[in-house]
Design a protein around this ligand. Structure first.
Ligand code: PLP
Length: 451
């Protein structure tokens, strides 16, 4: 059977429900409502099978940084497929796309982070990180230094390893996660959990949980701490300014490797190339994916500091993926980095798009449901609350109001995600000022309809 975008939507939805298993979705939802079928996209707009033009304020899954429909990306992919569609990087072979991409990433990364281990996704890259930090300490003669500390409500991927690093309770409830040796401390979410503390007091208290956990496990048993500079899927949690300096001090004091998961924060989202620069931290390893290729090809990786790379490479690291450094994905990612630089999109987030998005979102602060905006660069959240001053939660199950708002956004041709009762905004970095106005007006309409 040959399917096409021109077939009736209901027919495609029925086939989708019959054969296609979706991530994070129930069969009933698919059968009753039918998935929205996206047929094409350009810039910041998606088109669906009914002809609606939907403003994508999530850049897909936080990834389409350069926007949709860039012909240069397709041309690069086609050229690379004709020349060398695939070869691996195992067993002493390499190719120019992988070399060039690794070199370019090293150029853009903070000083001392000069080595890239490629993967097919962020999940795979975080699995690499688990094995890499444990192997590093074993090679240094400290095999007991194998425990990894992460945070509750963190998202680091869906594989067994990365899902274990993540701290989502509903994910741990399925499939036997977490694997042994992974520990979770609380996140620095002042809005939801700060109570009567000032953000500064709260940030410090939450950072000190890392020290307490290290002391509980024994510093000789702890390999690494992993966190996003700004937590994305957990609800765009921007830590109070006291948080990261204290975490950095603790990692330095106890010789703990710091892994910054830059899968969302990386490649411009926060107004610098990496979230670690925005938050002033010095990681040993950074996880990358998403904005590395703007989602045009699946690719991820770990950017590794000189010391760790030297130790890991001193003997054979028995690890790698068939698609590590895939030539088409690498060529496409390289073109994406060229576009980000040529169009100065990182500066644009910091100086133009980010401030405009902030001003637009702050205009929603008067809305009775809005509990105050959190934003850094082009990564923002709107907590919904029945009472702003006390940051109260709704009497309904957590997420009910957020879900309603997301549905109202969708009905108004705006993609916004919800995390519990918090709305999330992470548009393509290329979004124009008039498109930000449209985003805000659709968001306001959705909020009004939710209220
Ligand atoms: N790390 C973070 C911070 C993420 O947000 C995600 C995905 O959302 C991942 C890792 C996993 O990446 P992937 O879905 O490419 O496996």
């Amino acid at each position: 059977s040959v399917l096409s975008n021109h077939m009736p939507t209901a027919e495609l939805q029925a086939l989708d429900a019959a054969h296609h298993m979706h991530p994070f979705t129930t069969n009933d939802e698919l059968a009753e409502k039918g998935a929205r079928i996206i047929t094409r996209a350009k810039g910041v707009f998606l088109t669906d099978s009914e002809g609606n033009e939907i403003l994508d304020a999530m850049a897909g899954l936080w990834c389409v940084n350069i926007g949709y429909g860039r012909p240069e990306m397709a041309e690069v992919a086609a050229r690379q497929m004709m020349e060398l569609p695939y070869y691996n990087t195992f067993f002493m072979t390499t190719h120019v796309p992988a070399i060039a991409l690794a070199q370019e990433i090293a150029k853009l990364a903070p000083e001392g982070l000069n080595h890239v281990f490629f993967a097919g996704s962020g999940s795979e890259a975080n699995d690499t990180n688990i094995r890499m930090v444990r192997t590093y300490w074993a090679e240094k003669g400290k095999p007991a230094k194998s425990h990894i500390i992460s945070r509750k409500n963190a998202y680091h991927g869906s594989s067994v390893g990365s899902g274990s690093l993540g701290g989502m309770a509903y994910m741990h409830a399925q499939g036997g996660l977490p694997i042994p040796g992974i520990h979770h401390i609380n996140q620095p979410d002042w809005w939801a959990e700060g109570g009567d503390m000032t953000p500064e007091e709260f940030g410090l208290a939450r950072a000190e949980e890392l020290e307490a956990k290290i002391l509980e496990l024994g510093e000789d048993n702890v390999a690494a701490f992993i966190a996003e500079p700004i937590q994305g899927a957990g609800g765009v949690v921007i830590p109070p300014q006291t948080y990261w300096p204290e975490i950095q001090r603790i990692c330095d004091a106890y010789e703990i490797l710091l892994i910054a998961d830059e899968v969302i924060c990386g490649f411009g989202r926060t107004g610098n190339w990496f979230g670690s620069q925005t938050m002033g931290i010095r990681p040993h390893i950074m996880t990358i994916a998403k904005g590395l290729s703007s989602g045009y090809q699946p690719i991820g990786g770990s950017i590794v500091c000189d010391e760790v790379a030297q130790v890991i490479g001193a003997t054979e690291f028995n690890h790698g993926y068939t698609y590590s450094g895939h030539p088409v994905a690498a060529a496409v990612a390289l073109e994406n980095l060229r576009i980000l630089q040529e169009e100065k999109l990182v500066d644009r987030v910091r100086d133009v798009g980010g401030p405009a998005l902030k001003a637009g979102l702050e205009s929603l602060n008067d809305h009775p449901l809005v509990g105050g905006i959190s934003i850094k660069g082009m990564m923002a959240s709107i907590p919904l609350t029945p009472h702003k001053e006390s940051r109260a939660k709704f009497a309904t199950d957590a997420g009910t109001v957020g879900y309603m708002c997301r549905e109202r956004c969708f009905a108004n041709n705006l993609v916004m995600r919800h995390v519990g009762d918090r709305m999330i905004i992470s548009p393509p970095l290329v979004i124009e000022l008039d498109e930000i106005d449209l985003l805000i007006s659709r968001a306001k309409k959705a909020l009004d309809e939710t209220y």
